[in-house]
Ligand binder design. Structure first.
Ligand code: GLN
Length: 447
């Protein structure tokens, strides 16, 4: 992977930092020696793992691709990093992202954008675009991303790799820089479902350091061949085949459904009637929570501080003005407005009530089916710059991915190769809460 980084990183720009070659090779060698000495090695023995730059790594810069945290070096490791290291995985470096995970194309990075390694004129998706591009370009074997409204599944879809968001609470977020706390989850990006399952198995589990982390007994990964010979009911929601969906995306979904039917699974129509409200609900809740979470960046504790402030107010205002990019500012303003006295009932609280209706849609659908299958995004990977001037058009691309976050459900994106040579298109499978083991087995069948 180091040779591949040397060959492709200059054009793709998936990483914001890569650890030193000697150090990395020494770590790999140490694992080899353990194995040679007959010692037991962990499940990730010697495998490189690229880490999205919003996951804290002790001693390694964690910038969130923001000027605000450009020089921030965390004094501790996130729980997922401790787990990867304990499993003998090798932390390869940090990957580029939309600033503070806000975006769908990695074009909001303050450190330059990432290109789709399968077509350099196209975006890799976002916000975990660097992680997905690194996996797709063979610059790493595994990667971690975070998914608040699709940021693992959508870049995995655009780059033709596998990306999975677990049930809310399945993976500790201790050390993940918070964007929208009721939605954020960490998950794996990999070349195939089996690899994603391997990393998922390592990072999941209860952690006392994250109060939202669940303490449950349901297995996260079980027998991946479990789907074989079984007949599941696959729910297909009518609301997700919208007029605006690209024909190539619809064809990929249809192809996957046909494949699953041929394997003996039954297709059942389901309804998710509140889908139309998902985008405004998501953007209100995510922006409101972001405006609160990002209030900690004020120039006094850590992060960017403006030079020669005249007063504390001046320091806070200028530090934030200089440190945050346009999209982050837009969300902070939107979120602050939605939470402000006199408006919270009208916006934030109303959004929470609609969120409940969206969750109930899924409960009703899962009474009729075992899994739900639909697109990850309405369009395949779009061209660089195509949507940067139109934030609303960018937000609308998230219609099929934000619902799983609003409902807290596990979901996976599995690529469907395209015969015309354009980048693969991901198809999504969503499962009821805590059914990751079955979801992974189903995803193996989708491949
Ligand atoms: N594109 C969505 C947003 O901009 C999702 C981002 C994410 O999942 N981190 O908020």
């Amino acid at each position: 992977v180091l040779d591949q980084i040397e060959a492709r990183e200059a054009e793709v720009h998936a990483f914001v930092s890569v650890r030193g070659r000697d150090e990395l090779l020494a770590e790999a060698k140490a694992v080899d020696e353990m194995r040679a000495a007959g010692e037991e090695v962990g499940p990730l023995a010697g495998l490189p793992v690229a880490i999205k730059d919003n996951i804290c790594t002790k001693g390694l810069k964690t910038s969130c691709s923001s000027k605000m945290l450009e020089n921030f070096v965390p004094p501790y490791d996130a729980t997922v990093i401790e787990k990867v290291v304990a499993a003998d995985g090798i932390i390869l470096g940090k990957t580029n992202m939309d600033e503070f995970a806000m975006g769908s194309s990695t074009e909001n990075s303050a450190l330059g954008n990432t290109k789709n390694p399968r077509d350099l004129e196209r975006v890799p998706g976002g916000s975990s675009g660097g992680s997905a591009a690194a996996v797709a370009a063979d610059m790493t074997i595994l990667a971690l991303g975070s998914d608040t409204g699709g940021s693992i599944r959508q870049p995995a879809s655009f780059c033709g790799v596998v990306g999975m968001k677990p049930t809310y609470g399945r993976v500790s977020r201790y050390g993940l820089v918070a964007y929208a706390s009721s939605l954020d989850q960490i998950g794996p990006i990999a070349k195939c479902v089996e690899d994603a399952a391997l990393l998922m198995g390592v990072i999941a589990g209860h952690d006392a350091k994250d109060s939202t982390c669940l303490d449950v007994n349901e297995p996260i990964v079980a027998d991946l061949d479990n789907g074989a010979g079984k007949s599941y009911r696959m729910g297909v929601p009518a609301e997700y085949t919208q007029d605006g969906t690209d024909p190539a995306v619809q064809a990929a979904v249809d192809q996957t459904i046909a494949k699953l039917e041929a394997l003996g699974h039954e297709v059942v129509p389901v309804e998710l009637p509140h889908t139309d409200y998902a985008i405004p609900t998501y953007y209100l809740i995510a922006s409101a929570e972001a405006s609160s979470n990002l209030s900690r960046y004020a120039g006094y504790a850590y992060g960017h501080r403006a030079e020669d402030p005249e007063s504390i107010d001046d320091m806070i205002a200028r530090s934030r003005g200089e440190g945050f990019g346009d999209e982050v500012k837009r969300r902070i303003m939107l979120g602050t407005y939605a939470l402000s006295s006199g408006y919270d009932e009208q916006y934030y609280e109303k959004a929470l009530r609609v969120r409940r209706l969206i969750q109930q849609d899924f409960d009703a659908a899962f009474a009729k089916c075992d899994f739900i299958v639909h697109a990850v995004a309405p369009h395949p990977a779009f061209k660089l710059g195509e949507k940067t001037d139109d934030p609303l058009a960018m937000y609308l691309e998230d219609i099929f991915s934000v619902t799983a976050n609003l409902a807290g459900l596990p979901a996976i994106s599995v690529p469907v190769p395209q015969e015309d040579g354009t980048p693969p298109i991901g198809v999504q499978c969503v499962a009821p809460a805590l059914r990751e083991a079955d979801l992974l087995a189903m995803a193996v069948a989708m491949q």
